[in-house]
Structure formats: C-alpha cells, structure tokens
Design a protein around this ligand. Structure first.
Ligand code: HEC
Length: 151
C-alpha cells in the first residue's frame, strides 16, 4: 500500500491522540493488573497491621493471604501479555526479556501466600506466621526491584 502525504499526517494524528488518551489513565489489562496489585497491597496492610498491633486472628489472616495467592501465579502472569506497557504503567520491558525470572517470582508470590494461608488455617501462632509474612513481603520487593519502575 502506498501512503501519500495526507495519509501519513492522518496516521500520525491517530498515534498522537492514542498516546494522549493513554495518559488519562490505565485501561484494559494494564488497569486490571494495577487493580490486582492494589488489592494485594491492601491485603498486606491488613496483615501488617494485625501483626503489629493485633488482635491476632488466624481467620482474617487466612482470608487475606488466600486473596493474595488468588492474584498470584498464573493469574498474575495472564495480566502481563507481551509488550503491555502504557504511559501510566510502571512495568518494565525486562518483564518480557527475562520472562522466566518474572514467572518464577509470580510463582514465589503464590507459594509464599499459600504457605501463610496454610499456617493460618492450622491455627499457627504469631511467631510462625510473622516469619511466613516476612518471606511473602520479600517476594514483593524482589519483583519490584527488577521489574517495576522506581518512583
Ligand atoms: C512477579 C512480580 C511482582 C510481584 C511478586 C509483586 N508485584 Fe507488585 N507490581 C509488579 C509490577 C510489574 C507492577 C507495575 C504494574 C504496572 O504499573 O503496569 C506492580 C505494581 C504494584 C503496585 C501499584 C499498583 C498500581 O495501582 O499502580 C502495588 C501496590 C503492588 N505492586 C504491591 C505488591 C505487593 C504488596 C506485593 C507482594 C505481596 C507485590 N506487589 C508483588 C510486579 C510484582
């Protein structure tokens, strides 16, 4: 296809408009994963607050860590289709150039959240669950360090 001068101007216009629109806010799968991450963050706050100032309640702990596990692993990977970066996204390109590592970290998140959930369901004491909580929090840091743009 031959694109004349007018065609090029029109095409450029479309791309510029698209970029401006993306800045307004994340959409589609990018918004979905930001929402999932925000929920993960909220659940971590619930657990962190409980660990710090109580009251210690294994039922709440099991629910919160179960919610995190539900967002992790394959569910999380599904929200990162190749090249899905928008203006508002903090995802790094390295996610797709180092996919096996990203995949492993999504798996670590799931495994550590599940481990905490299992402990809570067994009625484990705070000493055990707070150690498991620390491991879980470590997975957030590992992934963000490598794959999320620093603010
Ligand atoms: C496998 C990698 C990975 C793991 C593990 C991970 N995150 Fe993230 N997280 C990301 C990426 C990538 C982004 C940026 C997504 C974007 O902006 O497109 C992000 C963004 C976020 C955000 C910002 C969401 C928004 O609205 O922009 C929060 C909050 C967050 N993560 C919390 C957590 C917490 C808490 C944990 C651990 C319990 C965690 N994450 C574990 C990769 C990960």
């Amino acid at each position: 296809m031959r694109i004349g001068r007018t065609g090029l101007v029109v095409l450029t216009g479309i791309f510029v408009a698209g970029a401006a629109w993306a800045q307004e806010g994340a959409t589609g799968v990018v918004k979905e994963r930001m929402d999932a991450m925000s929920d993960i963050g909220d659940q971590m706050k619930i657990i962190g607050k409980m660990m710090k100032s109580g009251p210690y309640d294994t039922a709440t702990l099991a629910t919160a860590s179960g919610n995190i596990a539900g967002h992790a692993g394959p569910a999380l990977l599904k929200l990162f289709p190749e090249g899905s970066i928008q203006e508002t996204s903090d995802a790094k390109q390295e996610i797709w150039t180092d996919w096996p590592k990203f995949q492993a970290l999504a798996g670590d998140l799931e495994a550590s959240a599940q481990a905490l959930k299992d402990l809570a369901e067994d009625g484990a004491g705070k000493e055990l669950t707070s150690a498991a909580f620390g491991t879980l929090a470590g997975t957030c840091k590992s992934c963000h360090e490598t794959f999320r743009v620093k603010k």
